[in-house]
Design a protein around this ligand. Structure first.
Ligand code: ATP
Ligand code: MG
Length: 248
């Protein structure tokens, strides 16, 4: 499915990634085609080791494919040089990880503003943006706390604020509720629903059926390949998010 302009925000063609070589070679991603439209939430599920994280890394330019193409807004990213790739990762794609990956020695607001500073924003603008986001995510009172003083759900909300800070084209989340208890999971679940409603384009790897249920489309991954669940069931195909804008 593509957006009104016809260009998917994120697109993969014939994507492959092998790890290792010789007898130990693993086909972690084995011929994936995927188009994600503006405002769409796509969920990917599948057993451990089927290649979900490897696929997300390829989609976000954290790793290079062995073969195939990845495009962001119609522009190839798999063949970018290191500098261009680093710039793209700072501003156009962002990640939310299962284990949060916050800098433990920085406060919540410092964690969030850091990515804006790295993208070249002034300290004043970066701080204001970070504070706004923490405020929106219900963490205004926690902005000066270190991650060690926050609950898992609060840490993940800081990580989401960081992911949104530079208004990325797409947010890639790898098991975002995997380390959370059930109350925090509900909290983060609601956050992703809100992001979806705000028009943020999302690709979420998850074992949580409740997250998958909020997606426009879900895919099952097995042995490095994707199957479109909606097509398999012939049932409820999703629709792109009502708001196809990308305002952060
Ligand atoms: N850096 C690497 N070197 C060698 N093999 C790797 C590497 N990263 C992943 N693999 C292998 O590639 C396959 C896919 O791994 P991947 O981490 O993408 O799976 P996953 O679906 O994310 O699993 P999980 O649900 O456990 O996170 C696995 O067989 C894994 O052992
Ligand atoms: Mg994984």
């Amino acid at each position: 499915m593509s957006n009104a302009a016809g260009t998917p925000v994120l697109s993969a063609r014939g994507l492959r990634k092998e790890h290792g070589r010789g007898e130990g070679m693993v086909h972690a991603v084995d011929g994936v085609d995927l188009d994600v439209s503006a405002g769409e939430t796509v969920a990917i599920t599948g057993p451990s080791g089927c290649g979900k994280s490897t696929l997300l890394h390829l989609l976000g330019g954290l790793d290079r494919p062995s073969a195939g193409e990845v495009s962001l807004n119609g522009r190839r990213i798999d063949d970018l040089g290191e500098k261009a790739l680093a710039r793209m990762r700072r501003t156009e794609v962002s990640y939310v990880f299962q284990s949060f990956h916050l800098m433990e020695e920085l406060t919540a607001v410092e964690n969030v503003e850091l990515v804006a500073l790295l993208a070249g924003r002034s300290p004043r603008v970066a701080r204001r943006r970070a504070e706004e986001l923490l405020d929106q995510l219900g963490l205004a009172g926690r902005a000066r706390f270190l991650p060690s003083a926050l609950s898992g759900g609060q840490r993940q909300r800081v990580a989401v604020a960081r992911a949104l800070c530079n208004e990325p084209l797409v947010v890639l989340a790898d098991e975002p509720t995997g380390n959370l208890d059930s109350a925090a999971t509900l909290d983060v679940l609601q956050l992703f629903k809100d992001l979806h409603e705000s028009g943020q384009t999302l690709v979420i790897v998850t074992h949580d059926a409740r997250i998958a249920a909020t997606a426009d489309r879900t895919f099952s991954m097995r042995d490095g390949a994707l199957a479109d669940d909606n097509r398999l069931s012939g049932g409820t195909t999703g629709q792109p998010g009502a708001l196809a804008g990308l305002e952060g």
